[in-house]
Design a protein. Sequence first.
Length: 139
Amino acid sequence: MQYWLLKSEPNVWSIEQQKNEGLKGVVWDGVRNYQAKNNLGKMKKGDLCFFYHSNIGKEIVGIVQVIKEAFVDPTDRKKKFLAVRVKFKKLFKKPVSLADIKKNNNLKKLQLIKQSRLSVMPVDTKSWKIILKMGSITI
């Protein structure tokens, strides 16, 4: 299993909206960055992803799970970009802010810090466990 981070602006798509979609989940589409596209293409069914509220909040608020691997993004007229389907898994008891992540020396290599504008990124196992602990949840 691999771990990922998906970013969404909460005024566009929030963790609450994701949760309300239930087991059928939703298509994670609209990604128009080639590095993020490549990351979507590497996702496997069952992989877990942090759900990050960007711009407003700047915090990890929950976890979603990949339920359908990469396919052509239906919102892309040129058929160059990819999407995956994800379902809600768990809400963080305590959201983990970007500020708190930056303060943690064990998370300095996290792509969220290095490439803050990237919307889909891998998360290493050690960082995943640290962030879970910071969010007061277990999987």
